[in-house]
Design a protein around this ligand. Structure first.
Ligand SMILES: [Zn+2]
Length: 506
């Protein structure tokens, strides 16, 4: 039953993840037989401080040859690991603060080791020591009895008296990266021969927030059912809304699709998720999309199609809204937040045109009523008289008024976002991974080698795609869809003569 956790607990220093800067020094001291008498291990919770303290306690009492310590297998090592070694004492400073405790501590540290190795005191939460206890400890640290080793562990070293700090060798443990945690979880799952969805591991690693112990105990809880580990199970265990629904919400938000946005939010609210959680997780989702966009690095293709500016705007708004949820946690508060985020998308740009040029996401010239969204792919920008002149610094660019299917004045704004928002669910799913550039005369859609399947599916739905485009006022556009090993192309001049067949790329 405690299988995972037992396996998770390192039996050797080289199994401690992410703290090589500490463990290498400890191992070196062990090899030189130069282990000190007082150590302070500080760092965030759950990153291996107590584990390393136990390993050190094992090592100084281990029966194996010096180079092998701690072996993790001898009687002494096993006794430490099981908490039954007579010379290794673990204390929680928070609950051993009374005068009696202090007296007992002072007496006990004078005792000689029972098994002939070293007596080791591991003091967890050392910053919780009372003044009396800290003073007693200090006396011991000033005149350490032979054979005694103190290891203090704390998340808040700055709360310890300077006199105590100055007598300890201080090692700082670092917060673990998501990758480090994920790697460990993968090893544990492999050892337990349990399959798991990669996205579930991503979620656990992230939810652990740098604390390996949290990740391991979550994993153990999830595997108690004996079922394979799925994203849905991990989300449910963590009380988080399903990723897919968050991504739909995020897509609707950045597309300015208020109807879908509010409907999606109301449905999640009805399912029992708190508005605060929803806003937070929505923010997380958008943040991930932004990071993937600016770093070009992502574990999986983002399903959220938005440019950097839009993502930054909505993230700002969601962040500002956190305070509102402290005051009220009803659906109305969530709706106001989402409406404000959509409004933020529509504010005029203040940044310089071109600042996002080259961004991999689609840049829609008229995604917003206000200027100016620079057209991506500047090389295709024509300046010939027969093309409508697009000046990013003047007015909001529009689909030419005479474009056949454009509805007058209130017609939908033709952008990649709009296209995605109006596409049927299947078509949309196949369009999402594509990179698109849409300006007033041509639509370029590109699939990279990872999305051969999506490209193939789009080819099968060519008619649906072109009809949708036309219905949204894009019949004047020339269209090119390129993917691995193929291409779809439609050249079309506008019947009105206002636009001609778009010039091909030079
Ligand atoms: Zn051993």
């Amino acid at each position: 039953m405690p299988a995972i956790y037992q396996r998770a607990r390192p039996a050797r220093f080289d199994e401690v993840v992410g703290q090589d800067h500490v463990t290498s020094l400890l191992v070196a001291a062990l090899r030189r037989d130069a282990v000190g008498h007082a150590y302070l291990f500080s760092g965030p919770r759950g990153v291996g401080k107590t584990t390393s303290a136990r390993l050190l306690a094992m090592a100084v009492n281990c029966d194996a040859a010096a180079a092998e310590r701690p072996c993790g297998r001898c009687d002494s090592c096993r006794a430490v690991r099981d908490g039954g070694h007579p010379d290794v004492i673990e204390l929680d400073a928070a609950s051993n603060n009374s005068v009696d405790d202090v007296r007992a501590l002072r007496e006990q540290v004078r005792l000689a080791p029972l098994r002939g190795g070293r007596r080791v005191w591991i003091l967890d939460e050392a910053h919780m020591l009372s003044r009396a206890a800290a003073n007693a400890l200090l006396k011991t640290l000033e005149e350490p009895p032979p054979g005694l080793l103190f290891v203090l562990a704390t998340t808040e070293p700055e709360k310890l008296p300077a006199t105590v700090l100055s007598r300890c060798q201080h090692f700082r443990f670092r917060r673990l990266s998501d990758d480090e945690i994920r790697g460990k979880l993968e090893r544990l799952l492999a050892a337990a021969d349990t399959p798991a969805e990669g996205t579930a591991l991503d979620l656990l690693a992230r939810a652990a927030d740098g604390a390996m112990r949290d990740a391991e105990s979550m994993l153990e809880r999830l595997l108690a059912s004996g079922e394979p580990l799925t994203l849905a199970a991990a989300e449910a265990a963590l009380g988080l809304p399903p990723k897919e629904r968050l991504e739909q919400l995020a897509s609707a938000l950045v597309a300015g699709d208020l109807g879908s946005l509010l409907a999606g939010a109301a449905a999640l609210y009805a399912d029992g998720f708190a508005p605060r959680t929803l806003a937070e997780q929505l923010g997380r989702t958008l943040r991930d999309a932004l990071v993937a966009l600016v770093t070009g690095r992502s574990t999986e293709p983002s399903t959220i199609d938005a440019d950097e500016d839009s993502l930054v705007r909505v993230l700002h708004t969601l962040d500002d809204a956190q305070e509102r949820f402290v005051r009220r946690g009803d659906l109305y508060a969530l709706e106001v937040t989402l409406i404000r985020a959509v409004a933020a998308l529509r504010l005029p740009h203040t940044d310089e045109a071109g600042s996002r040029a080259g961004a991999p996401a689609a840049l829609a010239p008229d995604a917003r009523p206000s200027p100016p969204a620079p057209a991506a792919g500047p090389a295709t920008e024509p300046s010939t008289p027969q093309a409508p002149v697009f000046d990013p610094n003047s007015r909001p660019p529009r689909v030419p008024a005479a474009a056949p299917a454009a509805r007058p004045a209130t017609g939908p704004k033709l952008s990649w976002h709009t296209l995605l928002a109006r596409a049927g669910p299947q078509l949309k799913a196949f369009l999402l991974p594509a990179e698109a550039t849409l300006d007033h005369e041509r639509l370029d859609v590109r699939y990279d080698a990872r999305h051969t399947f999506h490209f193939g599916q789009l080819q099968r739905r060519e008619q649906e795609f072109l009809e949708l485009l036309d219905a949204l006022g894009g019949s004047h556009l020339s269209v090119r869809v390129e993917g691995p090993g193929g291409r779809l192309q439609r050249e079309r001049g506008a019947p009105s003569g206002e636009t001609r067949a778009a010039p091909k790329k030079a």
